[in-house]
Design a protein around this ligand. Structure first.
Ligand code: SF4
Length: 69
């Protein structure tokens, strides 16, 4: 299972492009009745972590952030 490190979408930065949901539907979805993305699962398997890094870099709003412990 995952490294367990939590990440989240800052709704003020999200441009509602939907790319993270396309790339990693295992972790992202839209907030109900809105277009803004949210994280519903951060327990990703190791194999999905490169995809997470990719979308964190590619997110146009740089809205996907690590949570500080
Ligand atoms: S990729 Fe970034 S800007 Fe696009 S929906 Fe996801 S969090 Fe929002």
């Amino acid at each position: 299972m995952a490294q367990g490190r939590e990440f989240y979408v800052d709704p003020d930065l999200c441009t509602e492009c939907g790319d993270c949901i396309k790339v990693l539907p295992q972790a992202f979805r839209t907030v109900e009745d809105e277009q803004v993305a949210e994280v519903y699962n951060f327990e990703l398997t190791e194999t999905l972590l490169p995809k997470l890094q990719e979308i964190m870099t590619d997110c146009p709003g740089h809205a996907i952030l690590w949570k500080d412990k």
